[in-house]
Design a protein around this ligand. Sequence first.
Ligand SMILES: [Zn+2]
Length: 511
Amino acid sequence: MNNWTLFCGKLDFSGTDTDALRQFASENYETFGIYPMSINFAGGSYYFLIKDASHKKLVVFGKGDCFNDFDGEEIDVNGIYAKVCRLSNYNCDMIRKIFPFTNPINHKGKKITIGLGDRLGLASPGHIRLIKDKDVFPVLAQQSMRELKLTGRTYHDVLSSAAWSVFQEGYVDGFGADGDHLKTAEEINYALKYGFTMITLDCSDYINNKAPSMTSDEIEAEYSLIPAADRQHLEAKYSGKTFCLKNGCKIFFPPAEFKRTVITYFKAIKYTIDIYNNVIKNSGKCIDFEMSIDETLTPTAPEAHYFVASELIDNGVDITSIAPRFCGEFQKGIDYKGDIEQFKKEFAMHVKIAEHFGYKISVHSGSDKFSVFPIIGKETGGRYHLKTAGTNWLEAVRVIARKNPDLYRRMHKFAVSNLQEAKKYYHVSADVNNILDIDNLKDDELPSLMDMDDSRQVLHISYGLILLSHNPDGSAAFRDEIYSALHTYENEYYEALEKHIGRHLAELGIL
Ligand SMILES: [Zn+2]
C-alpha cells in the first residue's frame, strides 16, 4: 500500500479526465493508497490525499501556480516535482483558497440541516458518505467552547478537519460550520474569524431561572426593575392580548403570567439584539444566526417562545433558528426521556410559532432521540435543524471496543473512575452501579456496552478527560492510541457512522 508515486506515472497534466483518474485510483486503492475522490487538478498541479501507516498527507504533484505556497517535503518523482504535505491548518488554508467547495457556506433556504459535530475531527467523511445523496445539508464543523476546551482543539482545527474531509470525499454540495453555544462577542468573533457560517448564541446567562418559582410579590419587585418605557411598551403590545398564528393557532398572554415571562427573558432578548447588531450584522457576512434558550431549568412555554421570537424580529434580528427547551429530558447520547404524547403536542406548537415567523426550530442534544425523531420529521414538515455530536464520538469508541479491546478497557476504567469530574461538564443520570463489571466481560462482549445507557453516557461525557489525560512522563494517556486505532480502522469507523446516523435519518423520515 501507499505506492502513490506509481500513480503519478498516469498523470499527463492535461487535467481533463479527473473522473477516470478517480475511478482508476479507486480500483487500485490497495496499491496506491490514494483517496480516490480527493484527486483534483488545478493551476497546473495535481492534488490528492494519501494514507500512510500513521497519517494522511496531501500530495501536490507538478510545479503549478500554487506549488510553492504549500509547506511540505519536496521530492522528485520521475523527473517531476512533488510536494508531500502535512494536513496542517496552514496547508488547509491554501487548499481552501484553491478549491472553494472546501469552505463552509450558510444554509439559508435549506430545509433539513443537521449538525454533525466531530470532536475528534475524524468523523466527517463517514457523515458525507451517508448524506451525499440525501436532501440534507450537513453542518460538519460544529463545536462549542466547552468542546474546544475539552478536546484541546481550536476553531481553526475544527474547520480544517471539515475542509480536509470534504476534500477527501470530493464533496462539492456545501457544508456549514457552527460556532455552537457561544456566549460572548469575543467567542463569536473567534469563530467568525476562521469562517464559521453559523453562530448559535447561548443566552442562558441572561435568562432568569428563578422567575418560574417566584411569588407574585417577587415578580412585581423584579418587574419594577425593568425600565418603565420598556414595561409600558411591552404591556401595551402583549399583556391580555391574543395573537393568531398564520396557521390558525392562538397565543394568549394573561397579564399576571406575562410579567413572569418578561422577567425571565427580557435580558436575554436585549442581549441577543445587542449581539446581532454589534457582531453578526457588522461581520459583513451572511450568517445563520441561532438563538438557543435550551440550557435553562424549565421548558420553554409556547407563549414565552412567541414573545422572544416576536421581540427579536420586531427589533430587526434576522434569525435562522431558535432552540427552545422542550419538555422531558434530552440527555446526552441516549433516547428521549419523558411523556412522548406531551412532547408531540408541545413540539407541534413550537413548530407553528417558528413557521409563523419564518425561521426553523432547532433541536439540540439530538443524538439518539429515536423515539421522538418521527415526531420531529413529521410535525416540522421536513424543515428543521437538528444537532448531534456525542454520538459520533461514541461510534468511535464502539470501533475501538471492537478492534482494540485492551485500549477500550483502559478508557472504560478511566471514565468510570473519573465520572464525578466528567459530570461537572454535563448533566446525565448515568449510574456506575448499573454498568457491568468489565473484568467479567469477554472481548467480544465489549462493543455491547455501547448499547447500554449508563455505559454510553459515562463514555460520552468523559471524552475530554480521556483525550487530555496524560501519563506521568507527559505523554498522552489515550489520545495517540485513539487516533492511531481510528486511522487504521478508518473505514470501520465510517461504516459505523453511516449505520448509526443512518438510523437517525431513517427515523426522521429522510430516505
Ligand atoms: Zn444546546
